[in-house]
Structures are given as structure tokens and as C-alpha cells.
Design a protein around this ligand. Structure first.
Ligand code: BTN
Length: 265
């Protein structure tokens, strides 16, 4: 499939350095996940495919939230055929955790003196500031199933330009390191890491889980989780082999497949 218009990103380098076979680049998009949904059949057929933009104007977050970003952020969606992953349906749930770990490793390589952690299910934090959010969605179009992994990393933008409620809990790599980074290089690193982690889920699931837990910022902390209409608080024991958050709640070990972590101490 031919390339879309060129950009601040180097599509040739992305195609050479990763397993991506098509780059769908648009200078401005409302949401790379929304575009991935619209073009799903073609992207899966020509995949792995990447939907990439230099400026996302209406990013989608988890649980119907919006995702703020500005020019200089890295916003993209990777589109995969879930049947091509070599994973059982249960293990496919771990791909979203793998994406968080892939970003963590890439960001940690750029900020070697900082502690870069994953927060279940797949946010990436530096200290107490969120630098990356991930929205993984399974969609079907014309009977074709596609896994869309949308990743937003605040890189060369600054949270100074963000609404106050976002700026209070997030940071960009520029804000933290006072320097700019090569967006194409970071993207390639994330995609290579993700490929490696997906293979690790299949070949070494125990090692994969150990890596998630080694870099998990909630472990041993008091965590409050909102799920459906209730809120639960407990000590976080980690993430289990099916990707669930494990909490000890009043001496009972409970596992949570979903929910939003609202606070931790
Ligand atoms: C979250 O933390 O709530 C998830 C945020 C996910 C944002 C990324 S940016 C690229 C991709 N396109 C979207 O519309 N959302 C994801």
C-alpha cells in the first residue's frame, strides 16, 4: 500500500525499522483511534498499520473521557489483526499491558535518571505525573476484527498549555528534561518494544508478568478503585496473569478486570 503524505515523521524509517506495513499519516486528525475505526478493514488487511498525526484535536481517552494533547505530542494508533498475534483470547487481554510496558521502556531509555513506571491498566508515569495514556479497543467492520492500540505520549509539547485540571497531574518529556526528542525514533522504539513484549506474552508469560509487576507503581500502595457504581479501597498486591488488578480488601484478596484507579498513597 502506498504511503500517505509525508510529515514531521519519517515514514520510510518507520517502515524500515518496525513490522508496520502501512503508515496512514494525516497532518491533523480529530482522533487516530476514530480514523483507525473508520478505515478498519483496509488497515487490518494491510497491517500491521499505523495511523499517525502531528496534531490531534479531539483525542479519546478511556471510559469516554477526552484526551488533551497539542503539537509536539506523539499520538498514534497501531492496528493489528488479533488472529495474527499467536495469542489465545485470554492472553490477548495482556496486549494492552504490553503497550504500557513498551512505552515505559522507551521513555525510561530517554530519561535514565528518572523512575518511569506503569500504572494499571496501562498509563505511564514519571514520578507522580502521567506522561502517556493508552486506549486499546477491539472493533469489527464488515466482519473483519481489528485491535486498535491508541497511544498518546506527551513529548515535545508542554503541559503549561493544558487546561489546569490536566496540567495538575500530567507532564511532558520536555517539561521533565528541558529538551526535545526525536519523535520518529521514540515511535520506532515503542513499536519494536511492543513487538517484543507481544512475543514474550506467548513464549514467556511468567517473565512478562514479572516485568509488569517490577515496574508497577501501585504495588504495595493503598489504592482506591471505582468500578461501576461502587468504590473499593485496598492494598495493591500487583497484577495477575490475566491482567487483573489484585487488591487485598479487608483481608480478602479480590481481582478486578476493570475500573478506574481514583487515588493511591
Ligand atoms: C487515557 O489515558 O484515558 C487513554 C488516552 C489515549 C490517548 C491516545 S492519543 C492517540 C489515540 N487516539 C485517541 O483518540 N486516543 C488515543
Amino acid at each position: 500500500m502506498s504511503l500517505s503524505a509525508t510529515s514531521v515523521f519519517d515514514s520510510e524509517r518507520i517502515l524500515r525499522g518496525t513490522s508496520v506495513r502501512h503508515v496512514e499519516y494525516h497532518p491533523v486528525l480529530e482522533s487516530t483511534n476514530a480514523t483507525a475505526c473508520e478505515l478498519l478493514t483496509a488497515l487490518v488487511e494491510n497491517g500491521p498499520a499505523l495511523v499517525l498525526t502531528a496534531s490531534q484535536t479531539a483525542g479519546r481517552g478511556r471510559k469516554g473521557n477526552s484526551w488533551w494533547s497539542s503539537t509536539g505530542a506523539l499520538t498514534f494508533s497501531l492496528v493489528l489483526d488479533p488472529d495474527s498475534l499467536g495469542l489465545s483470547p485470554e492472553r490477548r487481554l495482556l496486549v494492552s499491558l504490553a503497550a504500557g510496558l513498551a512505552v515505559r521502556d522507551a521513555v525510561a531509555a530517554l530519561l535514565p535518571t528518572r523512575s518511569v513506571m506503569v500504572k494499571w491498566p496501562n498509563d505511564v508515569y514519571v514520578a507522580q505525573q502521567k506522561v502517556c495514556g493508552i486506549l486499546a479497543e477491539l472493533h469489527s467492520q464488515n466482519g473483519q476484527l481489528g485491535l486498535i492500540i491508541g497511544i498518546g505520549i506527551n513529548v515535545n509539547n508542554s503541559l503549561r498549555d493544558a487546561p489546569p485540571e490536566v496540567a495538575a497531574r500530567a507532564a511532558s518529556l520536555f517539561d521533565l528534561a528541558h529538551q526535545s526528542f526525536d519523535l520518529t525514533a521514540l515511535l520506532i522504539d515503542v513499536l519494536q518494544n511492543l513487538d517484543r513484549r507481544i512475543h514474550q506474552i506467548a513464549s514467556q508469560p511468567i517473565g512478562f508478568l514479572a516485568e509488569v509487576n517490577r515496574h508497577h507503581m501501585l504495588s504495595n500502595r493503598q489504592v482506591s478503585l471505582r468500578c461501576a457504581d461502587t468504590s473499593v479501597s485496598g492494598t495493591c498486591l500487583g497484577v495477575d496473569e490475566s491482567g487483573q488488578l489484585v487488591l487485598r480488601v479487608q483481608d480478602v484478596v479480590r481481582r478486578f478486570a476493570g475500573g478506574a484507579v481514583t487515588s493511591w498513597t
